[in-house]
Design a protein around this ligand. Structure first.
Ligand code: MG
Length: 179
């Protein structure tokens, strides 16, 4: 059976958008912008991080367009497992499971929590990711796996995997190849 590993933040759900909105609700950060579009855009500030992780509910994230169609199409061809990082928020994991199980036809058993670099220890035939470093590690570990990098401002300088503009575009490519 083909195993599709799908990252959540930056692939299915707009983590960056939700995080920036929440940062702007913190006094002193009302006009916050992720100016250089970098991956590490959350300022190191104890007050801010306490505000952010105290309030950013994983269920509040907006999905990217075409996500449900993409996941359904993969499920016709194999097992879809979401591989997603915990966050420094103790309710993040159950919130994430709720978001995923309500949005897609999956159960809690289809959700694997692994911090970024540790995703390399999860086996699959495919990994769809937005973090170039995580994808690179995974590809090095599972040399025969296929990696798809979802195009985001923070990963443009990396050349790893097959770059696609959206999850749905990556899935269309996978389906074409699988025939
Ligand atoms: Mg991600």
């Amino acid at each position: 059976m083909t195993i599709f590993l799908v990252d959540v933040d930056g692939v299915c759900a707009d983590f960056t958008g939700a995080a920036i909105s929440m940062i702007r609700k913190c006094p002193g950060y009302e006009n916050f912008e992720n100016v250089d579009g970098s991956w590490h855009f959350i300022p190191e500030d104890t007050v801010l991080t306490k505000h952010l992780w105290g309030n950013l509910d994983a269920r509040s994230l907006k999905p990217f367009e075409g996500d449900q169609e993409a996941i359904a199409r993969l499920q016709e061809r194999g097992r879809v497992l979401f591989v997603t990082a915990p966050a420094p928020r103790w309710t993040w994991m159950p919130e994430r499971v709720e978001w995923l199980t309500q949005r897609y036809n999956v159960s809690a058993k289809d959700v694997i929590f692994a911090h970024g670099a540790e995703k390399q220890f999860v086996y699959g035939d495919y990994l769809i990711e937005d973090n170039a470093g995580n994808l690179d590690l995974w590809l090095q570990h599972w040399g025969l796996g296929e990696g798809y990098l979802i195009d985001r401002s923070y990963n443009r300088k990396f050349n790893v995997g097959m770059r696609k503009s959206s999850l749905l575009e990556a899935v269309e490519d996978i389906c074409d190849k699988m025939g």
